[in-house]
Design a protein around this ligand. Structure first.
Ligand code: ADP
Ligand code: MG
Length: 394
């Protein structure tokens, strides 16, 4: 690993450093509902401030259309960042304060422009008056965007402590992981996650499939899944994984029971059924699978707790509805019992463990970057890391 670290920037006293953080936190009517990403950005900011630098923090929030939109303002984040740093955080324009948070980078269309020249011009604007750039938004390193890629070329640049920590953990998952190695996959972005299976199959011992993607697996085995999440165009891909897993001796564990509901709603009527009997309840072909069943949760928990390395991405069910959170809770609990390395990756998975009341320190690592960590595990090249000197796996 040849990632340029903070030390490579030399003495920082009296210098102004632009820091790219990922402060893309969930907001509900302007109130931050989970400040995990703000907290994760603190070590680097403290390190720079302690070294005598002044910092200008830049970040995106949500997906505004390249124009200012008050709903996506970082103003509430500036207030929370100030509380956590116990220091005043100026918001908006650089006014010479020790810490400034600029407004949402994506209020300017050049941040995510496909045109390298436009991104470069924006990066040069962001770099004006600064002496160095620290990239610490791990959640965006898989994006070739102005503040992630071009900005690192315009100024002397290095990776922050969060990126270094995230990368260290991900490397342990891909290079010589302690065995047994179990990967737990769930969530709703099925096709996004199938690539991880492809790359990890030769490396893992056990793959546990829950969440929305389990129904594509069940359907691939010929079972009816009612109105559950299903990606028909992935059925052949999934069948090929099942065959390859058998050849490689990898255990893919599919649910034996699931919780189905008559509607996608918190107060829906629900029932636990065998995985091959989803349409066999009073809900018939309208049944929607919203969680793994208790027998499956137990099987998954045992496999997890007996592992030395576990990577979990994607909730087991629609945990936002308490009636369908049990599978996710059981899996989270099992991860806390792992004697070895347990990693939670993915924005919603991380939010789930916090929302369900698990302390962060009960896990080996909670990744701040869902897409970035998945792409890393898929063996993809990550432009935001390469630009910092990273050369990838050998
Ligand atoms: P992450 O952000 O951790 O990578 P995803 O974004 O892929 O995870 O998926 C998170 C979402 O998946 C949650 O909002 C959850 O409600 C949803 N989900 C989990 N199981 C199901 C299911 N059976 N049907 C529909 N959605 C599901
Ligand atoms: Mg998500």
């Amino acid at each position: 690993m040849t990632l340029r670290t903070l030390d490579s920037l030399g003495a920082l006293s009296g210098r102004r450093v632009v820091v790219r953080c990922d402060l893309n936190v969930p907001l509900n009517a302007g109130v931050i509902t989970d400040d995990g990403r703000i907290r994760a950005s603190l070590p680097t900011l403290h390190r720079l401030l302690d070294a005598g630098a002044s910092v200008t923090v830049v970040s995106h929030l949500g997906r505004p259309d390249g124009t200012p939109d008050e709903r996506y303002s970082l103003r509430p984040v500036a207030a929370r960042l100030g509380e956590l740093l116990e220091q005043e955080v100026a918001f908006g324009a650089d006014a010479g304060a020790a810490v400034t948070l600029r407004e949402n980078l994506r209020f300017d269309p050049r941040e995510t422009s496909k045109d390298a020249g436009e991104r470069r011009a924006y990066a040069e604007e962001l770099a004006a008056g600064a002496d160095a750039f620290v990239s610490d938004g791990f959640g965006v390193v898989h994006r070739k965007q102005a503040s992630v890629y071009e900005l690192a070329q315009v100024l002397p640049s290095a990776a922050g402590l969060l990126i270094a920590a995230e990368l260290g953990v991900l490397e342990r998952l891909t290079t010589d992981p302690a065995k047994p190695y179990t990967v737990v996959l769930g969530g709703s972005k099925v096709s996004d996650k199938l690539g991880v299976i492809d790359h990890l199959l030769p490396r893992v011992d056990t793959l546990l499939i829950g969440g929305g993607m389990l129904f594509t697996f069940l359907a691939a085995q010929g079972h009816a899944v009612g109105k559950s999440l299903l990606e028909r165009d992935q059925l052949d891909v999934v069948r090929e994984y099942l065959t390859r897993a058998e050849t490689l001796g990898v255990r893919i564990v599919l649910p034996t029971d699931v919780v189905v509901a008559d509607a996608f709603a918190a107060d829906a009527r629900s029932e636990t059924v065998a995985a091959d009997g989803i349409e066999g309840t009073a809900f018939g072909a309208d049944a929607i699978g919203l969680d793994i069943g208790p027998a499956t949760a137990q099987t998954f928990a045992e496999a997890i707790a007996a592992s030395r390395t576990v990577f979990w991405n994607g909730p087991m069910g629609v945990f936002e509805f308490p009636a369908f959170a049990a599978g996710t809770k059981r899996v989270a609990e099992a991860l806390t019992e792992v004697d070895g390395l347990s990693v939670v990756g993915g924005g919603d998975s991380a939010a789930a463990v916090r929302a369900l009341g698990f302390g962060e320190d009960r896990f080996g690592h909670i990744s701040t970057g869902g897409g970035a960590s998945l792409e890393f595990l898929e063996g993809e090249r990550l432009p935001g890391l390469e630009v910092l000197g990273w050369e990838g796996e050998s």
